[in-house]
Design a protein around this ligand. Structure first.
Ligand code: MN
Length: 200
């Protein structure tokens, strides 16, 4: 039972002008596809075969192949899922109150998350995580994520932004902060709330 590249719930051009179609196409059909096939190769014939991706990457003592490609598979699957052409705005309900409780206000959360994304040196991700009943922001290098004991930050990711240059360079070049601002126009807060509920 090999992992398969997940289909997007929207077309490659659906997130324009915030994320351009060419970036989406290369990111999904080349980068994410590459992590998927390399993950399958890395686990073939090992005890990881047949496990969920969450079980694989949270198992500790990861080989470089599983850490990089299992992380890449998981991270991008979450990333596509929490974006939508109907995204943007602000969260509601329990997610909104949990954000207020943890960060003071949505604007304060946005600042903290954006700073984590902007200051992640080199390639990596910034995360909003559900950790033991509370929301936290952190960032990780490469394709690490908070499910990995290696990552240095904990909890279950419910929102993530990819700050590898392949995620924004065609449209934004070195202007990572502009890409981070634009990302908030496509975040699907209903999906983020679903991930929070699943993480409980
Ligand atoms: Mn990526």
């Amino acid at each position: 039972m090999a992992f398969e590249l997940p289909k997007l719930n929207y077309s490659y051009d659906a997130l324009e002008p915030h994320i351009d179609a060419r970036t989406m196409e290369i990111h999904h059909s080349k980068h994410h596809a590459g992590y998927t096939s390399k993950l399958n190769a890395a686990i073939e014939g090992t005890s990881d075969e047949g496990k969920s991706i969450e079980d694989i990457i949270s198992g500790g003592n990861l080989s470089a192949g599983v850490r990089n490609n299992g992380g890449g598979f998981y991270n991008h699957t979450l990333f596509w899922d929490i974006m939508s052409p109907n995204g943007g705005g602000t969260p509601t309900g329990e997610l909104a109150s949990k954000i207020d409780e943890a960060f003071g206000s949505f604007e304060d959360f946005k600042t903290k998350f954006s700073n984590a994304a902007a200051t992640q040196f080199g390639s990596g991700w910034a995360w909003l995580c559900w950790n033991d009943g509370k929301l936290e922001v952190c960032s990780t290098p490469n394709q690490d994520n908070p499910l990995m004991s290696e990552a240095g930050c904990g909890g279950t990711p419910i929102l993530g932004i990819d700050v590898w240059e392949h995620a924004y360079y065609l449209n934004y070049q070195n202007r990572r902060p502009d890409y981070i601002n634009a990302f908030f126009n496509v975040v699907d807060w209903n999906k983020v709330a679903e991930h929070m509920n699943n993480a409980k």
